[in-house]
Design a binder for this molecule. Structure first.
Ligand SMILES: Cc1cc2nc3c(=O)[nH]c(=O)nc-3n(C[C@H](O)[C@H](O)[C@H](O)COP(=O)(O)OP(=O)(O)OC[C@H]3O[C@@H](n4cnc5c(N)ncnc54)[C@H](O)[C@@H]3O)c2cc1C
Length: 408
C-alpha cells in the first residue's frame, strides 16, 4: 500500500520526534510520526525536563498545562561523598520562566506533546508502526519509508528520530564517529522508605558511583560501573551487589533488599557518538539518532528537543510555502553541531577526568575532590554548572510559524 499524502514522515516518537511532529504540524504541514511501540510507557528512559525545554513550552503557551502533570522540582543538586553532602549545582537564578528541572516520567511528557499536537489537523501519530527501510526516488533521493507491515509512506522529507540505535541512519549511510565512554549503567528502582525525599543526588565511593532520582514513591537508581563489566558485577552475586549499594547509600540500607533478581536490573550501555553528517537529500537525522549523549548531566532529552526546534525553525516556513527542503538541511546541521560538540566535549572531560579515575580507584576517598569543595563553599559558582546543564549551549527559541487552526 502506498500512502503519498504527507509533507514529512518522522520516524521515532521520542522527545525529538514528538517535538518535531508538534512544531511542523503547528506550522500547517502534514506530518506522520511513526512509533514502533504501542505506547510511551517504558521505564527505561530519562525523565528530566530541563529549564531550556520548559522555556520552549512557555514560548508555545503550554507551560502551565505541562506543569499540571505530576512532577517534582529540582532546583539544586548535591553529591554525597566521603560522608559529606556537597552542594554542586544551582538552577534557581537562570533567566527563564521555570528555573528548575521538572522531574517528570518521560511517558507523561510524550503523551502531553501528543495531546497538544493532535489539535493541529496535519498531525498523525501512528503507534505500533516500525520503519524498516528507506524509499528512494530519482537520483537516490530519499522519498519515504517502508514499514514492517509493508506500508510505503512517501513524503517530501523523512526525519530520522529513531534514537541511538537508529536503523535509518545506517540505511542512509551517514558517517558515525564513536567518541566512547568508560562506563555502563545498571538502571533499577527501589521503593522509597517513608519520610525520605531528596530529588536527585549522587553517591560516590572509590570504584563505584550511583545517582538516585526521586520519582515520588520510589527512587530510580543509576549505578555506574566500568564499561563491559556487567558480567563480572553479576557473577559476584546479588548479595555482593546489594552490600555495595548499602555501603554507598547507608541511609537507604534495607531498601536495597527489594532487589531479589537480576531481572529487576536493566543495563544501559553508555554511548557517546555523533554523525559527521546529519542529512542527505530527502532525509535529516536529529536527537540521539544524530548524537548519542552520555548520561552525565542528563541532557539527552534537552538536546533532542533543541534539534527538533532548530529543524522546525529552519525548515517549516519554507516547506509550508512549498519549497524543497534539501538545500536547507545542511543549515540544521551547521546550527546544531557546535552545541552538540561542546556538550559532548564537557561530557568527555567529565568521563576522562572524574568518572574513569573514580571507577579505577581502590583506595577510599578521604575528602571530596577540590572542585566539589569549592562549589560547596561558593554558592555563586554553583550557578555555572546550573547554566551548562540547565540551558546547554546555543539555546534555541521557537521561530517556526503557527498556521491558523481551522475549526471543524
Ligand atoms: C535508562 C536511560 C536513562 C536516561 N536518563 C536521562 C535523563 O535523566 N535525562 C535526559 O535528558 N536524558 C536521559 N537519557 C537519554 C534520553 O532518554 C535520550 O537522550 C532522549 O530520549 C533522546 O531522544 P530521541 O527522541 O532522540 O530518542 P529516543 O528517546 O530514543 O526515541 C526514539 C524513539 O524511536 C522509536 N523507534 C526506534 N526505531 C524505530 C523504528 N524503526 N520505527 C519506529 N519507531 C522507532 C523508539 O521506540 C523510541 O520511542 C536516558 C536514557 C536512558 C536509556
Amino acid at each position: 500500500m502506498i500512502d503519498i499524502d504527507r509533507d514529512i514522515v518522522i520516524v521515532g516518537g521520542g522527545p525529538a520526534g514528538m517535538m518535531a511532529g508538534l512544531l511542523f504540524a503547528r506550522a500547517g504541514l502534514k506530518v506522520a510520526v511513526l512509533e514502533k511501540h504501542a505506547d510511551f510507557l517504558r521505564d527505561f528512559r530519562g525523565d528530566t525536563v530541563h529549564p531550556s525545554t520548559l522555556e520552549l513550552f512557555h514560548q508555545l503557551g503550554m507551560l502551565d498545562d505541562l506543569l499540571q502533570l505530576p512532577h517534582s522540582k529540582l532546583e539544586q543538586a548535591s553529591i554525597h561523598i566521603a560522608g559529606r553532602q556537597m552542594k554542586a549545582v544551582d538552577f534557581r537564578y537562570l533567566p527563564v520562566a521555570a528555573p528548575y528541572v521538572a522531574m517528570m516520567p518521560q511517558w507523561d511528557l510524550l503523551n502531553f506533546i501528543a495531546t497538544k499536537a493532535k489539535h493541529y489537523p496535519g498531525f498523525d501519530l501512528r503507534m505500533k508502526t516500525e520503519a524498516v527501510d528507506l524509499l528512494y526516488g530519482k537520483a537516490e533521493r530519499v522519498c519515504g519509508v517502508e514499514t514492517r507491515d509493508g506500508q510505503k509512506l512517501v513524503a517530501k522529507l523523512v526525519i530520522a528520530a529513531d534514537g541511538r540505535r537508529s536503523v535509518l541512519r545506517g540505511k542512509a549511510k551517514l558517517p558515525l564517529r564513536n567518541i566512547g565512554a568508560p562506563m555502563d549503567v545498571f538502571w533499577f528502582r527501589v521503593d522509597k522508605p517513608k519520610g525520605k525525599g531528596g530529588d536527585v543526588f549522587g553517591a560516590v565511593q572509590a570504584g563505584r558511583f550511583m545517582v538516585l532520582i526521586d520519582r515520588q514513591d520510589y527512587y530510580q537508581c543509576a549505578y555506574v560501573f566500568n564499561k563491559g563489566q556487567a558480567g563480572e558485577v553479576k557473577a559476584a552475586g546479588l548479595e555482593a551487589f546489594r552490600a555495595g549499594l548499602r555501603s554507598l547509600v547507608p541511609d537507604l540500607g534495607a531498601a536495597f533488599d527489594q532487589i531479589t533478581s537480576w531481572d529487576q536490573v536493566k543495563i544501559l550501555e553508555v554511548a557517546l557518538d555523533r554523525l559527521e553528517r546529519w542529512h542527505r537529500p530527502g532525509l535529516l537525522a536529529i536527537g540521539d539518532a544524530a548524537h548519542a549523549m552520555s548520561p552525565i548531566g542528563g541532557v539527552g532529552i534537552n538536546m533532542a528537543v533543541q534539534d527538533a526546534v532548530t529543524a522546525a525553525n529552519i525548515l517549516a516556513g519554507p516547506m509550508a510555502a512549498g519549497e524543497n527542503p534539501d538545500s536547507l538541511l545542511r543549515q540544521v546541521y551547521a546550527r546544531r553541531i557546535k552545541p552538540v560538540r561542546r556538550m559532548q566535549a564537557v561530557q568527555k572531560l567529565a568521563q576522562d577526568r572524574v568518572i574513569a579515575p573514580l571507577l579505577r580507584r581502590t583506595k577510599p576517598i578521604e575528602k571530596p575532590l577540590l572542585p566539589l569543595r569549592i562549589l560547596n563553599r561558593v554558592p555563586l559558582l554553583r550557578r555555572i554548572p546550573g547554566r551548562v546543564i540547565g540551558l546547554g549551549f546555543g539555546r534555541e527559541t521557537i521561530q517556526s510559524p503557527e498556521a491558523p487552526i481551522i475549526p471543524e
